[in-house]
Write a protein that binds this ligand. Structure first.
Ligand code: ZN
Length: 222
């Protein structure tokens, strides 16, 4: 009998979006990224007690035979508290409503403080730039995801693919399409995504300059 293969090995022929659907349906986590990152760290041959920061800014420590995250529970608790607390210094809200909680997680302010904040921006003439900036950032986020999706599709698109089930059963799927046409269309879409990204990034930069000029650098996101 053939050696038992890992889930990732078995499924490398599946179209990525399809794999995602399968993973979601069966509740499997896509841990390819994590595993890759881990192996990369291990390759560096660390001594026990060594500490380092990875590309996501997360701190790690080499323990006897395994790698542990350095963040203590207090760090996590502080971080969560910050995420769920209104950032205004003059906040008078004593108990957060559902709407408060939702807005705090998105904008950092509770409903009352956000209203005051936006009112101040209206009074000093910043509001239209602030709104434009928010919309531009949202669009950028969406477009980046969309472009990534298109690139993944282009990479994995194929007329036929092999579907391997947990029990070892193999099925071959065929897709009746003009593969060259599909690839060409995807490439065109990717090109226009790049153009749109460039325009949006320029717009974001201009708005950031304007916000600084108006003494509202605190609105600028990293
Ligand atoms: Zn508040």
């Amino acid at each position: 009998m053939e050696k038992r293969k890992s889930w990732d090995q078995k499924n490398k022929h599946i179209h990525k979006s399809r794999k995602k659907i399968i993973d979601t349906v069966f509740g499997r986590e896509d841990n390819t990224q994590r595993v890759f990152g881990y192996e990369k760290e291990v390759e560096q041959k660390r001594e026990v007690g060594d500490k380092w920061t990875d590309s996501d800014g997360k701190e790690w420590e080499q323990r006897e035979g395994y790698v542990a995250s350095v963040n203590t529970f207090d760090d996590v608790r502080d971080y969560l508290k910050k995420l769920t607390t209104c950032k205004s210094n003059n906040c008078k809200t004593e108990k957060y409503s559902w709407a408060d909680k939702k807005l705090i997680s998105r904008a950092g302010y509770c409903v009352d403080c956000n209203h005051k904040f936006e009112q101040e921006l209206k009074n000093d003439g910043t509001y239209s730039f602030y709104e434009d900036y928010k919309i531009t950032c949202n669009k950028l986020g969406w477009l980046r995801d969309h472009k990534q999706e298109l690139e993944d599709n282009l990479k994995y698109v194929s007329k036929n693919f092999e579907m391997v089930y947990e029990n070892g059963h193999v099925e071959n799927w065929n897709w009746d399409i003009d593969i060259d046409k599909v690839k060409e269309d995807l490439k065109k879409d990717i090109d226009s995504s790049y153009e749109a990204l460039e325009l949006l990034l320029n717009r974001k930069l201009l708005l950031e300059n304007k916000l600084r000029e108006l003494n509202h650098a605190e609105i600028i996101k990293n």
